[in-house]
Design a protein around this ligand. Structure first.
Ligand code: FES
Length: 667
């Protein structure tokens, strides 16, 4: 059941499910409510006046509000839960809240989960015999923080307090006092946002006081030697006795190596990094946590955890003794062929020793926390314009989300490794020497190569999409994906293109470079691309059919992920990877998962919104749908070319454009 809530004086109206707090509903509607406790009911700052609707008085209301205020309808918005439609007046904020622009034009009001509070405590004496711990808790209570603390902190108290003349900075993460630091250290307050991909890992150090990204770096996931995709990683945990520990060690090692570089580059001490928000697909996060991912890979595809979780960074310590092998009889005992340099220092991910790690929720086994982060960053489920958007994260698995504030569907389509350059004769990852863009003219082929003026070494996913789209536009392949025979091409295609048609081991191919570099696209490569794009296009079609919409209803198509960001929108449309919409509606949104992680790191309210995203999304499992195969078969072909797209030697307009392009073999 959803209720309508109208906010005054802004006159913004939103709908939220029963049980949502007014505080969260306002946040989802982009309205700032004052708070220092992040909605935990302990600061008393979030009061609003409920002018119409049902908002019973709660215990916390009595603590912070006078009987007169309660009578007038004032409530703590973080405790007031929706049980009816209502009208709520939000008082103007005292001063402008700090904000940062992140994600896809997402304005984030800074409200991190980490708070650093400077305390000047009175020293105990014979008249004031309050214990150290009680003294700290009382001072924090005055500041509006009702916190828990633990044995590690208690052990540090006597020395820190007396060594600093009782002037300390309390570090609070969530509702836990995790550390006390001598003196005033409020300026040094950092967190990390991490996107753990199957191929690469991106980590950013973020200043929690200002929202600024201090340093960012990506590196290959050091699990790569165990297989390029999630299935091979899961297989390793199934068949190697130490496989799970080994893979957990590799990802922890990747993170620690990134942190090493980031802290050196930024001069930020790891002791001042108090929180990490980590997103990734379900398998990657299970491996990071050291949880057996096997159930994710076999029907009925059940992850152990889909909820957001929080734990100590130090607890991410790979430890074989704590694991129970699932299938001892099928496991090999031999030493791993991939010995890890990780020495197991017993510190997990090396941040502040008491730092916390939080993850975002997964929607299902194959639509993970990285996509939830992407939805957060693109505002897909909350955009007040109510317009329909399609988000596609293109990779080995194409994750697809279709929706608006009025309802959202999500699915995952198995695309195979073609977009990553695998199973393509001259395919390679997007790194120096990879062809990332292709233009075909009647005079020849021009290439864009990563690294600029370097010898081409192979073709990356974006180059593959571009090349096939260009070959289709030029008539080198037809709508079924069949490459033209040399004898049919003569007289039909320009000589400069005909001479690039070759046969390799009986398979037709088209040479993209000069003979020396000899980088070709074969008929089989085109079939692999058709399979990959057909799978994603079919996933999109299933969602559109289920929602009863067509491409005409799409306001925007958002391409996410490192591959999605480099893909040429027009080429993606030409091969039918995305529905036919005007090119300007196809937008690369970059690493939306990493952006979402930053947003969740900088705003506890946004994190809560992210944690609730699964409630607003229906997950559609493609494998259970009878019509999928038919839709997939139809989606293998390339869509009919428009006149603007078609390139033939007879069209003078195209010839004019062609003559302005650099022509000839890649160089
Ligand atoms: S009491 Fe702090 S936000 Fe409600």
């Amino acid at each position: 059941m959803k209720y309508e809530i109208r906010f005054l004086p802004s006159e913004i109206t939103t709908r939220a499910p029963e049980g949502t707090t007014i505080f969260n509903a306002a946040n989802w509607a982009g309205l700032a409510i004052d708070s220092t406790c992040g909605g935990r009911g302990t600061c008393g700052k979030c009061k609003v006046r409920v002018e119409q609707g049902n908002a019973p008085v709660r215990e916390a209301d009595r603590k912070f509000l006078s009987p007169g205020e309660l009578n007038d309808g004032w409530r703590l918005s973080c405790r007031a839960v929706l049980h009816s439609d209502c009208v709520v007046d939000i008082p103007r904020l005292m001063g402008n809240p700090k904000a940062a622009l992140l994600g896809y034009g997402h304005h984030v009001i800074l409200n991190p989960n980490v708070a650093k509070i400077y305390l000047e405590l009175s020293e105990p004496n014979l008249e004031d015999q309050v214990s150290d711990l009680a003294r700290i808790h009382a001072a924090l209570d005055k500041e509006g923080y009702d916190v828990r603390s633990n044995l590690t902190l208690w052990r540090s108290l006597p020395n820190i307090l007396r060594g600093s003349n009782f002037q300390v900075t309390a570090v609070i993460v969530g509702d836990e006092l995790i550390a006390l630091e001598p003196g005033d250290t409020r300026e040094k307050n950092y967190g990390i946002a991490v996107d753990v991909g199957t191929t690469s890992v991106v980590c950013a150090i973020v200043n929690l006081n200002t929202g600024a990204v201090e340093a960012v770096k990506s590196d290959l996931n050091r699990q790569a030697p165990f297989g390029a995709d999630v299935i091979s990683r899961v297989s390793h945990t199934m068949f190697e006795k130490e496989g799970l520990v080994e893979l957990q060690a590799r990802i922890v090692e990747t993170l620690n190596a990134l942190l090493e570089q980031l802290t050196a580059q930024s001069g930020i001490a790891r002791e001042n990094i108090y929180e990490a928000v980590i997103v990734g697909n379900a398998t990657m996060l299970h491996l990071l946590l050291g949880i057996d991912p096997e159930p994710i890979s076999v029907a009925p595809f059940i992850p152990t955890i889909t909820q957001p979780v929080t734990f100590r960074a130090a607890d991410l310590t790979p430890d074989a003794s704590s694991r129970t092998p699932r299938h001892p009889s099928t496991m090999r005992d031999d030493a791993s062929p991939h010995p890890s340099p990780y020495q197991g220092e017993g510190q997990g991910v090396r941040l502040n020793p008491e730092a916390r790690v939080s993850t975002l929720p997964h929607l299902g086994a194959y639509v993970g926390a990285d996509i939830v982060a992407g939805i957060l960053a693109t505002d897909l489920t909350r955009n007040k314009d109510g317009k329909l958007r399609l988000l596609i994260d293109v990779g080995t698995n194409g994750e697809i989300v279709l929706g608006s504030v009025n309802g959202t569907l999500a699915t995952a389509a198995p695309a195979g490794p073609a977009f990553e350059g695998a199973q393509i004769k001259n395919g390679m990852r997007a790194s120096a020497g990879a062809i990332e863009g292709v233009t075909i003219t009647p005079q020849g082929v021009s290439l864009q190569i990563i690294g600029g003026d370097v010898e081409p070494l192979g073709i990356a996913g974006s180059g593959l999409v571009d090349a096939v789209a260009e070959m289709y536009r030029a008539g080198i392949v037809d709508a079924s994906g069949r490459m033209i025979r040399v004898e049919d091409a003569r007289g039909k295609l320009p000589d400069a293109l005909v001479e690039r048609l070759v046969t390799i081991d009986g398979v037709r191919a088209f040479r993209l470079t000069d003979v020396e570099s000899n980088i070709v696209l074969t008929q089989q490569d085109i079939r692999a691309l058709q399979f990959a794009k057909g799978s994603i296009a079919a996933g999109v079609e299933v969602l559109m059919q289920q929602m009863g919409v067509t491409a005409n209803d799409l306001h925007e198509v958002l391409l996410a992920g490192s591959f999605g960001s480099y893909i040429n929108p027009a080429s993606a449309r030409t091969i039918g990877l995305v529905p036919w919409v005007p090119v300007e509606k196809i937008i690369a949104v970059g690493n939306s998962a990493g952006e979402g992680a930053k947003i969740a790191l900088l705003s506890f309210r946004e994190r809560e919104a992210a944690n609730r995203i699964p409630e607003f999304i229906e997950y559609v499992e493609l494998s259970g749908r009878g019509e999928f195969n038919d839709i997939f078969t139809d989606a293998l072909a390339f869509p009919k070319l428009t006149n603007d797209e078609r390139r033939t030697t007879e069209e003078p307009r195209v010839m004019e454009i062609a003559s302005s392009v650099v022509v000839g073999p890649s160089s």
